[in-house]
Design a protein around this ligand. Structure first.
Ligand code: NAP
Length: 181
């Protein structure tokens, strides 16, 4: 195991050398409905395989930072990624996970990664949006009932770099890439 929690130490070491020349792009990645709903009862609401594939493709090989509640909504740590969980509980510990006690400490931990991802949930996105450089957002063009929301994206601070419209049997959705102005 190397410092990124990945097994193939040769590959990661080589990529770390080239990555260290770039400025890291702290990236929020989320899927929301038309009202910014993220989830309900500590679960995701929709099942969107294309979005899960995109999430896996973008985050594999990188660090993923998440709140303790999001981590506990997953069956286990996500493979081939360095899982970092943020909690205020000083006694928290889980297998295959790095525990940090602030968002800033978690981001500091990823400084050798050219694109660390912040994967939720609502509480963490709210604190992280001011620290992020990129937002990879899936917007579902439908409305759901939920209890956790993504923060408002201020159009004075963010610009859409890419947009791709997709369809699903039950609803349309779009992949957006926002970059900080
Ligand atoms: N649609 C999506 O893309 C998406 C993505 C991720 C999650 N979700 C959904 O979002 C929901 C979970 O979000 P949530 O807002 O309830 O919880 P969360 O953001 O996942 O986790 C909140 C927890 O993180 C810890 N925390 C937050 N800020 C901290 C700080 N500054 N320093 C240290 N620890 C801190 C605290 O843990 P302790 O209480 O242990 O101290 C807090 O209770 C679920 O429904 C999940 O399915 C949706």
């Amino acid at each position: 195991m190397n410092s990124k929690g990945l097994k193939d130490s040769k590959t990661v070491h080589a990529s770390k050398v080239s990555r260290s020349l770039k400025v890291p792009k702290v990236t929020l990645i989320a899927a929301i409905d038309e009202n910014g709903v993220l989830g309900k009862d500590n679960q995701l609401i929709w099942h969107l395989p294309e979005d899960l594939k995109r999430f896996k493709r973008l985050t594999t090989g990188h660090s993923i930072i998440m709140g303790r509640k999001t981590f506990e909504s997953l069956p286990k740590a996500l493979p081939n990624r360095h899982n970092i969980v943020v909690t205020r509980n000083q006694n928290y510990s889980k297998e295959e996970v790095t525990v940090c006690h602030s968002l800033e400490a978690a981001i500091e931990f990823t400084k050798d990664d050219d694109q660390p991802f912040i994967i939720g949930g609502g509480e963490i996105y709210k604190q992280a949006i001011g620290l992020a450089d990129v937002i990879e957002l899936t917007k579902i063009h439908s409305k759901f009932e939920g209890d956790v929301f993504f923060p408002k994206i201020d159009s004075k601070k963010w610009t859409v770099e890419k947009e791709e419209r997709m369809s699903h049997p039950n609803f349309e959705y779009s992949f957006f890439t926002y970059i900080k102005k």
